[in-house]
Write a protein that binds this ligand. Structure first.
Ligand SMILES: [Zn+2]
Ligand SMILES: [Zn+2]
Length: 284
């Protein structure tokens, strides 16, 4: 029932149909991206990221947190979200708590564009601005790793070991390795305003409309991205894998696969993962 694609070293699982529901899980990063549908197997994940407040992305947060308790997870989940929607999310969860006569355990982490937080271990996240109705964010996950400074890189291992034991300072630089970026519900302009997402190992990008059924202009009026706009930038994606998602239900999933196969240039197509089931109907 869930769609699953392999994108570089990462597994992307979940469901996504524009305006209906989107919730993805990346188990290797221990993150859930959006909560537009409460999926049982996502409920024990500790880090939830909301892109914006539209119901197809955020309306099932309360249910997801509720299932978490049912699954025996009582540590508070961390909910990362645009700072501007924090109070509305808290109010809605409080109202749900009154309705259910039980409270769920969670902690919100409000973010503004450009802010960085540690997720867990060496995984960090940086929020970036997406272009949609109301406050919305994309998320760039990266690892902070240490790398030998260039001047030491040609030295043999035992020499490095000796310098380390002698306590030579600043042998290493701290660098960011861009692992996975998530940009949904946005104008394609995000590819210019946050260009580093095109250098991330994996990019999960919305692609709501796919052909002449909707023009680029109509797509932009709805604050979404058209496949034409991705094709126009085909040679700029440096990603190991580009996961296209959030397709309009104006297309059946089989049609989505067909259109992308026919329209995307081969050099990009081999890196594209189509986040749609191989069935003739969308889930539900
Ligand atoms: Zn949406
Ligand atoms: Zn939206």
């Amino acid at each position: 029932m869930l769609t699953e694609v392999q994108a570089g070293p990462y597994t992307i699982r979940g469901i996504s149909v524009a305006g209906v529901y989107t919730s993805l899980q990346v188990p290797e990063l221990s993150v859930v991206l959006d909560a537009g549908v409460p999926l049982r197997s996502f409920s024990t994940t500790d880090h939830i990221f909301l892109s914006h407040g539209h119901s197809d992305h955020a309306s099932s947060l309360g249910a997801l947190l509720g299932i978490r308790g049912l699954m025996g997870k009582h540590s508070p989940a961390q909910v990362f979200l645009p700072a501007e929607i924090e109070s509305a999310v808290l109010e809605s969860l409080e109202a749900l708590g009154r309705l259910h006569r039980s409270a769920v355990s969670f902690k919100t982490i409000p973010l503004l564009p450009g802010e960085t937080r540690k997720v867990y271990r060496d995984i960090w996240v940086r929020a970036f601005r997406t272009h949609h109705a109301g406050p919305s964010l994309g998320y760039q996950f990266f690892r902070r790793i240490t790398k030998l400074k260039p001047e030491y890189q040609t030295l043999p291992g035992e020499e490095i070991g000796r310098l380390r034991r002698e306590g030579v300072p600043e042998l290493f630089d701290e660098v960011e390795r861009l692992e996975l970026a998530y940009a949904t519900d946005t104008l394609s302009r995000v590819l210019e305003s946050a260009p580093s997402i095109m250098e991330s190992r994996v990019l999960i990008l919305e692609c709501t409309y796919l052909d002449q059924k909707f023009t680029v202009e109509e797509t932009q009026e709805r604050l979404h991205t058209h496949l034409d706009e991705i094709i126009a930038r085909a040679d700029r994606f440096q990603n190991e894998a580009l996961v296209l998602m959030h397709f309009s239900q104006a297309y059946g999933p089989e049609r989505v696969h067909d259109i992308i196969r026919q329209r995307v240039p081969p050099a990009l197509l081999e890196r594209v993962r189509v986040f749609a089931p191989s069935t003739s109907h969308w889930f539900g």
